[in-house]
Design a protein around this ligand. Structure first.
Ligand code: NAP
Ligand code: MG
Length: 506
């Protein structure tokens, strides 16, 4: 461990009182009728950092009733784009005002590094501003080509009540990829954050109230997938479910929602490859490989947890990424110098370790890492930056979502071989290509089956650019104007001009 860059803790002796998180139902904060609460230990520090009401069917039912009544009252959904945009812009300003407080809470519950959390909260505010711009510019279409006496208009209307179910890896950012877009469209919502990271969603609820969101338009129910998430995906009063999380739960939700034919939008897992051709700029590529796999400790749907390296440069790439892994600072997430923080839970840490052990047992080399580490001064769970490979394309570590700071290295001969491995995955979230030859990049971009392709870069995202997966990585898109479209229904309005309608009977 001596040759690693470990940031020991504690960076500060913190004594924050545990955050008290309650449900937001119809504009008011409330506890569970059962009185039950869940305590959250900071993954890095092992201290209680929040206490959250643990929702039951009763609170979920009340929240859905409130969202349904608010939608059916035709107030929020009929407000002008200007009014909805004004509220979203206010929320963005409040997020900016409270950035430090939100980021700190995010660190304490998720274990991610503070510098990264602050950048995420800043990015989230930008999403609220971008959604505000969509609220004012969205429109349907007109058809002036249907003949002299006909005019066609396509109207866009909010879909209705939306359930928003989010995971623990980017709690504030992911709710901000969904909620402002749903609100811009005129929908009302019930949100269920992960039970591991409820507090920043609750803080957001407070900012929405402060900004003047009408009662019932945004409701929050805390608690577990069973029963809260299940009720949100089955209740007939809900029109749509938007979910981010594992592919397994995404499939459950899709199945559960089918009984009432709710629209379902899913952002699921990935096994996202970066493909490095021999002519790549390796200086740039190696840094992007480290960023791709170690960002957010690899607990990231967009994690590039496998790379494909052209055979003749494989040894050099493994050597260089192994060397760079030693300089990736990991440890106390409250230290601004930390790049890799803690692992979300001991169970998840064991799952990550299981993949590396299995690969080792199957004969794969592990040039660095593969160990559960204790960071001096901290009681929480960490996993060492780890490189495994070369591995064969059929090993679980090469095909499944590990969701940890673990890189699987595969090799390929040529473009066809690389694409066969890339497209052989059940997932299709994102993929990247590294080459100095534009033809190589464009051919890969067109033939790779993934919702996002990066050429000579990794994981850049913009509110303007749609994000989502093909195949088992999901359905539907977030961000961009497509992200708004998800929350809209289409209504066809066909109008006759003048008394020209021919008789059908006589
Ligand atoms: P998850 O199990 O997919 O849960 C995501 C959200 O769905 C949570 O709020 C969860 O509630 C809720 N949920 C669980 N079961 C449900 C059901 N039957 N109906 C409706 N909602 C339900 O993800 P996780 O527990 O956070 O992590 C498990 C694994 O998923 C990770 O190890 C990782 O591999 C993967 N994951 C992927 C992503 C991604 O972005 N692709 C994000 C996070 C996790 P609970 O509070 O009960 O969990
Ligand atoms: Mg879960």
């Amino acid at each position: 461990m001596n040759d690693l860059t470990v940031i020991a803790g504690p960076t500060e002796a913190f004594s924050d009182a545990p955050f008290e998180a309650r449900h937001l139902v119809n504009g008011a904060w409330c506890d569970s009728a059962s009185g039950e609460v869940s305590e959250r230990l900071s993954p890095a520090h092992g201290l209680v950092v929040s206490r959250a009401a643990r929702g039951t069917r009763a609170e979920t039912d009340a929240a859905i009733s409130a969202a349904r009544a608010a939608f059916d009252a035709d107030d929020w959904s009929r407000r002008s784009g200007k009014e909805r945009a004004t509220l979203l812009l206010k929320v963005a300003d409040l997020i900016d005002r409270d950035r430090a407080r939100i980021a700190r809470m995010e660190v304490l519950e998720s274990g991610k590094p503070i510098a990264q959390a602050e950048a995420e909260i800043e990015g989230a505010a930008d999403l609220w501003r971008y959604a505000a711009s969509l609220a004012r510019t969205m429109h349907g279409e007109s058809h002036n080509t249907l003949g002299p006496d006909m005019l066609g208009v396509v109207l866009k209307e909010p879909i209705g009540v939306v359930s928003i179910i989010t995971p623990w890896n980017f709690p504030f950012l992911i709710v901000s990829q969904k909620l402002p877009f749903a609100l811009a469209a005129g929908c009302t919502c019930v949100i269920k954050p992960s039970e591991l990271t409820p507090s920043t969603t609750v803080i957001l609820g407070g900012l929405l109230l402060e900004a003047g969101v009408p009662a019932g338009v945004v409701n929050i129910v805390l608690g577990y997938g069973d029963p809260v998430g299940i009720a949100l995906s089955t209740d007939p009063r809900v029109d749509m479910v938007t979910f981010t999380g594992s592919t397994a739960v995404g499939k459950h939700i899709s199945e559960a929602a089918a009984a009432t034919l709710k629209k379902v939008s899913l952002e699921l897992g990935g096994k996202n490859p970066q493909v490095i051709f021999s002519d790549a700029d390796l200086e740039q590529a190696i840094d992007a490989i480290a960023f791709g796999v170690y960002f957010n400790a690899g607990e990231c749907c967009n994690s590039s947890s496998r790379i494909l390296v052209q055979q003749d440069i494989a040894d050099e790439v493994i050597e260089r990424i192994t060397a760079m892994s030693r300089s990736v600072s990991f440890g106390d997430p409250l230290n601004p110098a930390t790049k890799v923080g803690a692992i979300i839970s001991p169970e998840h840490q064991a799952k990550i370790d299981g993949y590396v052990r299995a690969a080792r047992a199957a004969g794969a080399a592990v040039p660095i890492g593969g160990e559960i580490l204790r960071v001096p001064g901290l009681a929480g769970q960490f996993y060492q930056p780890t490189v495994v490979g070369p591995v064969s394309p059929d090993m679980p570590i090469a095909t499944e979502e590990v969701f940890g700071p673990v890189l699987a290295v595969l090799t390929f001969r040529d473009m066809d071989d690389a694409l066969e491995i890339v497209n052989g995955s059940a997932y299709g979230l994102s993929a990247g290509v590294w080459s100095e030859n534009v033809h190589t990049c464009l051919e890969f971009a067109r033939r790779a089956k993934a919702g996002t392709i990066w050429t000579n870069t990794w994981m850049d995202g913009f509110p303007e650019m749609p994000f989502g997966g093909m195949r088992e990585s999901g359905q539907g898109r977030e961000l961009g104007r497509y992200g708004l479209e998800e929350f809209l229904e289409t209504k066809t309005l066909t109008m006759r001009i003048g008394k020209t309608r021919g008789a059908w009977v006589r």
